[in-house]
Write a protein that binds this ligand. Structure first.
Ligand SMILES: Nc1ncnc2c1ncn2[C@@H]1O[C@H](COP(=O)(O)OP(=O)(O)O)[C@@H](O)[C@H]1O
Ligand SMILES: [Mg+2]
Length: 409
């Protein structure tokens, strides 16, 4: 239901005030809250009453009143200013519009004109009072090379969130995230896309597979054929819908720069770029960063995370960061046994082993991205040791000279 229109009026003298008041009463829609011919007083009333509209009359000396319209537009952006004048010259109309008036009303008031102006003002006011649409934060976990552990990292990032989150499998031809979450998905993103025209909350929820009270999965289609029908704009629409229902939308896209992946990366607020510390993966990450630059992504949208890190890797981290031109914000240890077990059991490690090094590091990465307090029970000594070993290695003679190695590939 639309809210009743409330008005404050600045007139040019008592006669003009009576005229406007009578016209409003005749139309019957507006509720006149206050008014008068003292500009400062009317301005104070506006600040206090925050009406949906203000009728501001321009007299012979229009300049100070135009300045007042400017102030109202800045201070009360939800109040629609209707300028009114006996002089309806194009010049005055233009100047009042430039000052911030949304409508112009000729005096003496013609009831048809007033009706049109109030119709438009009611529309504007309805939009102003609408609750802004909720928009969850979208985080794409991406690697342009397969096998770096992107799905594992995406699943655990999603499971580490402490607010309602949906994990979206964008590997449309061969998604495997139901396994990572230990669920069986009856429906997929293909159903959401197919029924997008009649989508309501209940239908949307029915297409999502719950994993826990705060984590759900939007699965990829089980049949590859269904994926062929899905266009990038469908995915965009589906993700926007999911955003309205979840605080976080975590994406696991394909490892290529296809149209759907690009659309999803574009739409995401953050990209976690996952790599392993081997030359092909570093190269691939560097190419991905170049593509992000060409796409105009701000570098702060991208966070680089190393997965499957181990002490045995003999690469100088500082050279890697220099090569990528970006710092690495997280290091997830390589620990085959618990990772494989967690995947085989369909239980994210942050849930099944929350105090493991990998879980702690993933939760720390999540809190650096979303900036809120995920319960990170961090063993700081342990972390310091990891960093120390990097920097000692940076200075060591035995480490691989990264720039020459890269030169060879
Ligand atoms: N931190 C890690 N330590 C050990 N093994 C890992 C780690 N992360 C991922 N893996 C293994 O790497 C393999 C590929 O992981 P996956 O998440 O499917 O990669 P992607 O989605 O990038 O292709 C899995 O078998 C997983 O067990
Ligand atoms: Mg994967």
């Amino acid at each position: 239901m639309t809210q009743p229109l409330t008005l404050v009026v600045l007139s040019a003298g008592l006669e003009s005030f009576r005229e406007i008041r009578a016209a409003l009463a005749e139309d019957g829609r507006g509720r006149l809250l206050a008014g008068g011919d003292d500009a400062e007083q009317v301005y104070e009333q506006l600040l206090h009453l925050k009406p949906s509209a203000a009728i501001i009359t321009l007299g012979a000396n229009a300049e100070p009143t135009l300045k007042l319209i400017e102030r109202i537009s800045v201070e009360c952006p939800k109040t629609s200013v209707i300028s009114a004048a006996r002089d309806a010259s194009p010049d005055l109309i233009l100047r009042s519009m430039r000052a911030g008036a949304r409508e112009f009303l000729r005096l003496p008031i013609n009831s048809d004109e007033l009706k049109t102006v109030l119709d438009r003002t009611t529309e504007f006011s309805a939009v102003q009072t609408e609750e802004p649409r909720k928009k969850g934060r979208m985080i794409a976990v991406f690697s342009s090379k397969g096998g770096c552990g992107t799905s594992f990292v995406a699943t655990n990032i999603a499971a580490a969130m402490n607010q309602p989150t949906v994990l979206v499998d964008l590997n449309l031809q061969a998604g495997d995230l139901p396994l990572f979450l230990g669920v069986e998905a009856k429906y997929s993103i293909a159903d959401l896309v197919e029924n997008r025209a009649r989508l309501d909350d209940t239908l949307l929820k029915s297409y999502i597979t719950p994993h826990s009270s705060k984590l759900a999965l939007m699965a990829a289609p089980r049949e590859a054929d269904a994926a062929d029908e899905i266009e990038p704009e469908h995915v965009f629409e589906a993700l926007e819908k999911l955003r309205e229902h979840f605080e976080y939308v975590v994406l696991d896209p394909q490892h290529t720069f296809d149209a759907i992946t690009l659309a999803a990366l574009d739409q995401a607020d953050d990209i976690v770029l996952v790599l392993t510390l081997d030359i092909p993966a570093i190269r691939s990450a560097q190419r991905a960063l170049e593509i992000f630059d060409r796409l105009g992504y701000q570098r702060r949208k991208v966070r680089i995370v190393v997965n499957r890190w181990s002490k045995q890797i003999d690469l100088d981290l500082r050279q890697v960061e220099k090569f990528l031109g970006e710092p690495v914000v997280g290091f997830i240890q390589s620990d085959y046994q618990p990772v494989v077990t967690s995947i085989n059991l369909g239980q994210p490690l942050v849930e099944s082993e929350p105090s493991s090094r990998i879980a702690i590091e993933i939760k720390r990465i999540v809190s650096t991205i979303v900036g809120n307090k995920i319960a990170v029970n961090e063993d700081t000594t342990q972390r310091r040791r990891i960093w120390d070993s990097f920097f000692r290695r940076g200075a060591s003679q035995s480490s691989v000279d990264f720039s020459t190695t890269l030169g060879k590939v």
